[in-house]
Design a protein around this ligand. Structure first.
Ligand code: G
Ligand code: G
Ligand code: NA
Ligand code: MN
Length: 254
């Protein structure tokens, strides 16, 4: 089974589906949005998780085609909710650095917004730092165009890799997602807790919102609240879930 060769067939056969992980406001415990995480529902191989095919797609460059397809799936989901009379919830989509650098990215998004007739404000985009580090001017311009349409930009996995606090001040972003590696140890590692506090305070001072990733227990959540973190994602609230299960969570009262 050659993953690299099969990806295109997967798109043609509409085998990629989105699962969704809620983002939760720490003060109100309300869902404020969801992150789309792709899965490949392969006819013969069953459900394939992104760690098996995203790195390969990154390597071959097919990730540009795949992420465009996924953006369209997210917009179609918003359209479906509107058509069914539901209040749409914001969906964030992970976008590869390669797609951010591709000229066709913004025209593609515009065409999808046009064909699905959705409000760009219902979509957010998650980028990683490496995406903005090379070719800064080009990427900053792309991010500013997206923000001018009302799309929120989230900096994913902050703290992993080459993160720099000073670098936050120039990036045209709206929210910082603090990587799970910091959250994992905040309850019993003073250094990590101090770094977490510094990231939260610095982000807040720069008018950026903060979200902590990978929250797995109540002790972590209580500590994050003490540190003035505004929102979180993690198994404590919910794992990524299918569309059916997400709808049970967000539209349960209807
Ligand atoms: O969903 P998981 O639970 O397994 O995701 C694993 C990794 O795959 C994460 O780093 C996530 O950012 C990445 N990923 C998931 N969905 C997408 C997607 O649609 N596009 C890109 N580029 N990466 C994704
Ligand atoms: O790179 P990105 O942040 O998009 O990746 C998110 C990944 O983290 C997904 O694979 C998702 O399933 C996983 N994840 C989300 N919440 C938790 C959590 O609380 N614990 C663990 N172990 N993984 C999580
Ligand atoms: Na992400
Ligand atoms: Mn992340």
């Amino acid at each position: 089974f050659d993953i690299a060769e099969s990806l295109i067939i997967g798109i043609q056969k509409d085998e990629f589906i989105l699962h969704y992980q809620p983002k939760v406001d720490i003060m109100t415990n309300q869902i404020i949005g969801v992150e789309a995480l792709v899965r490949w529902n392969h006819t013969k191989k069953g459900m394939i998780y992104p760690n098996e095919f995203i790195p390969i797609a990154e390597e071959t460059g097919f990730i540009k085609t795949l992420d465009k397809h996924i953006l369209k799936l997210a917009c179609l989901q918003i359209r479906d909710w509107i058509d069914r009379g539901k209040e749409p919830i914001n969906i964030s989509v992970n976008v590869s650095p390669k797609l951010l650098h591709e000229e066709s990215f913004i025209p593609h998004l515009e065409a999808v917004f046009e064909s699905t007739k959705i409000d760009p404000k219902d979509i957010s985009i998650e980028i990683i730092e490496t995406a903005a580090m090379e070719d800064k001017e080009y990427v900053y311009n792309v991010l500013n165009i997206l923000r001018s349409k009302g799309i929120k930009i989230l900096l994913d996995d902050f703290g992993k890799g080459y993160s720099s606090l000073s670098y936050l001040k120039d990036l045209p972003i709206d929210k910082v997602k603090i990587d799970k590696v910091f959250v994992d140890e905040i309850c019993f590692n003073n250094v990590n807790r101090t770094i977490m506090k510094a990231i939260i305070d610095m982000s807040t001072a720069l008018n950026l919102k903060v979200l902590a990733e990978g929250v797995e227990n109540v002790d972590q959540l209580n500590l994050l609240e003490e540190l003035d973190c505004q929102s979180y994602q993690g198994y404590l609230y919910s794992k990524p879930v299918s569309i059916e299960n997400l709808e049970k969570m967000i539209y349960e009262d209807e």
